[in-house]
Design a protein around this ligand. Structure first.
Ligand code: NCD
Ligand code: ZN
Length: 367
């Protein structure tokens, strides 16, 4: 039996490259892990909230942010998607113009104040039936959602019976689907059984989902046992029943709806006096973490079925759902241990997630 996997280069359909001096280092970490392309999130400061033009005080444009990323090394990718951050200023005309010019493939819904740099988000209830979403339907523009109910008090935000995510999926997602019958949705970084069930019962050509390595590997117990703040991200890791549901969905033979989106989110200052930045950095180690998660879920990645499930999730489902080709290039993963490294950035150090988690990477990559 061989101890390596040869796979098509994979796609990270939800990641954060930020802005400024560190962008090149973040992109280099992605390229070095066999990543063929990325969907780079628009929660920069200011946000990517316009289609064309340079950086202005009121926001980046997709055109300007793409150029910044390309100048910092993203030309090594086969595909680079920058979604438009939906704000109160977004218009149906922006959507139509953006789609026609080819710059716009997706828009991003942020729950207001729900996560890092999400203060420009507009509540979901205001989008249902909105012209902007109608224009997205008409122009085949995907809606990427951070699916958490916003504005909840602590006790309602996270509880064994319901969380901000399960509430959002129960209350808003069915209404969105019904009000916009031609809209395609990506449920991003899902963490709960409620979200996984919603996706699997929705029409497979309309609803897809990304899952991060941390949500397949860990539960809230791992986070609070020693307060492992490098594992703190939003939506927060959940219960074992949730993790089991996510693991089951990615192992379903032939599934087409679930795919990789690491949500790798570099923060140079993670813990402060008054709280903790949300986001786990998995640059350099995401495929290894995904492989370990699949194994913990019971897959043998050297069996035909195990390899097929892993390849679908990491390399082919995402491109197919977004409507572009999987990579014709390959990279290799070997069952030999490797180590993570911290990333020295301009204004601090970015610590990758496995730090402090007592986890040795049992896989390594060659690209
Ligand atoms: C992300 C970030 O840091 O930009 N953080 C996170 O916890 N995932 C934002 C986001 O995707 O919620
Ligand atoms: Zn994110």
């Amino acid at each position: 039996m061989s101890d390596f996997l040869k796979l098509p280069r994979w796609f990270d359909l939800h990641t954060h490259f930020r802005q400024g001096e560190n962008v090149a280092a973040y992109i280099a970490d992605h390229v070095a892990m066999g990543c063929a392309g990325a969907l780079a999130m628009p929660n920069t400061q200011p946000p990517v909230s316009r289609i064309e033009g340079g950086l202005a005080n009121d926001g980046w444009s997709i055109e300007g942010y793409r150029k910044t990323l390309n100048d910092a090394g993203a030309t090594a990718f086969e595909k680079l998607i920058v979604p438009l951050y939906l704000t109160r200023e977004t218009t149906a005309d922006d959507i139509e113009r953006g789609a026609k010019s080819g710059l716009l493939q997706a828009c991003k819904y942020y729950p207001p104040h729900g996560t890092t740099n999400s203060e420009h988000g507009v509540p979901v209830e205001e989008w249902i039936g909105h012209d902007v979403l109608r224009a997205m339907e008409a122009n085949d523009v995907m809606l990427c959602l951070h699916g958490e109910q916003h504005g909840l008090a602590g006790a309602e935000y996270f509880d064994a019976k319901a969380t901000a995510e399960s509430k959002f999926y129960a209350e808003w997602m069915p209404r969105l689907l019904e009000a916009h019958p031609n809209l395609k949705l990506v449920c991003e970084h899902i963490t709960t059984k409620a979200a996984a069930d919603f996706v699997t019962t929705a029409p497979s050509e309309r609803v897809g989902a990304t899952i991060t390595p941390q949500h397949l590997l860990y539960t809230v117990g791992h986070l609070i046992q020693g307060l492992k703040y490098h594992l703190y991200c939003l939506p927060i890791v959940k219960f074992e029943s949730d993790r089991d549901a996510l693991r089951d969905t990615v192992l379903q033979a032939g599934q087409t709806q679930f795919f990789a989106g690491t949500d790798s989110a570099p923060h140079t200052t993670k813990a402060t006096e008054c709280g903790c930045a949300a986001g786990c950095y998995t640059g350099g180690c995401a495929p290894q973490l995904y492989a370990m998660a699949f194994e913990e879920a019971g897959a043998d990645l050297f069996s035909e079925a195990g390899k097929a499930a892993f390849k679908r999730f990491l390399c082919t489902n995402g491109p197919a759902f977004y409507g572009f080709d999987a990579s014709a290039e390959t990279f290799t993963m070997s069952k030999t241990p490797s180590t993570t490294r911290t990333l020295a950035a301009e204004d601090g150090t970015v610590i990758p997630l496995p730090t402090g988690m007592d986890l040795e990477l049992t896989w390594s990559l060659s690209v």
